[in-house]
Structures are given as structure tokens and as C-alpha cells.
Design a protein around this ligand. Structure first.
Ligand SMILES: [Zn+2]
Length: 123
């Protein structure tokens, strides 16, 4: 890893901290569903609250999964940093443009390969 890439590594570190922080916030907010379940049934306000809570939990679940994916992608990026292959496209081995890595530090494909990958997946 050349020293000029240090800003990119700092970016990776920032992303990592942010993901960890958001995951820990989500973890702390777990036991709310029990409160709703304890309320008397048949009360429309409670039904409404329960629906709200259910949708909030669904939303959290999506968020949790997205953060877990990101955490995984970051771990892979660090692995590449250690191997000295960070910033190289996994498909063609070409160098991923720095601007792309600045926007998406966990990118493992260059733009043409990413597009090909997405077209293949959509088909
Ligand atoms: Zn490529």
C-alpha cells in the first residue's frame, strides 16, 4: 500500500467506526416489543402503536442487515489492504479509480465490471 493512499484508509476507518456505532445503537434499542405486547388488547391506540412498532422493527431489521453487509464489506476491504490488493478490481484486476474509492471505499469492482455484474444479475 503506497503512503499516498492513506486518505483512503482513513476513509475506510471512518466508515468502519460509523458502522460499529450504528450497530451498537441498534443493539441497545432491542426490548421495546415486550412493552407493546403487555398492553391490554382491543384498544385502537394500542393497535396503532403496535403497528407502528412492528414497522419500526421491520425498518430496524432492514437497517441491521444493511449494516451487517457493510461491516462484512469493510472486513473484506481490510483484508485486501493487508494483501496489498486494495483498490484492484476483483474481476479484471485493473485499478479502481481513486474517485470511485473515495465515494465507495468498499468497492471491489471497477465501474465497467460492476455494470456487467449488475446486468448479469438483473437478467
Ligand atoms: Zn474490472
Amino acid at each position: 500500500m503506497r503512503s499516498t493512499d492513506r486518505p483512503l484508509l482513513n476513509h475506510l476507518e471512518r466508515e468502519e467506526r460509523e458502522v460499529q456505532r450504528r450497530l451498537s445503537v441498534l443493539r441497545r434499542r432491542r426490548p421495546q416489543a415486550a412493552l407493546v405486547a403487555d398492553l391490554p388488547e382491543g384498544n385502537s391506540v394500542n393497535v396503532f402503536n403496535a403497528a407502528l412498532e412492528a414497522s419500526a422493527m421491520q425498518h430496524e431489521e432492514v437497517l441491521r442487515r444493511r449494516l451487517a453487509d457493510k461491516s462484512q464489506a469493510l472486513a473484506e476491504a481490510w483484508e485486501q489492504v493487508r494483501e496489498g490488493t486494495y483498490g484492484l478490481c476483483r474481476a479484471c484486476g485493473g485499478r479502481i479509480p481513486r474517485r470511485r474509492l473515495e465515494v465507495l471505499p468498499t468497492a471491489t469492482l471497477c465501474v465497467p465490471c460492476q455494470e456487467q455484474h449488475e446486468t448479469a444479475r438483473a437478467a
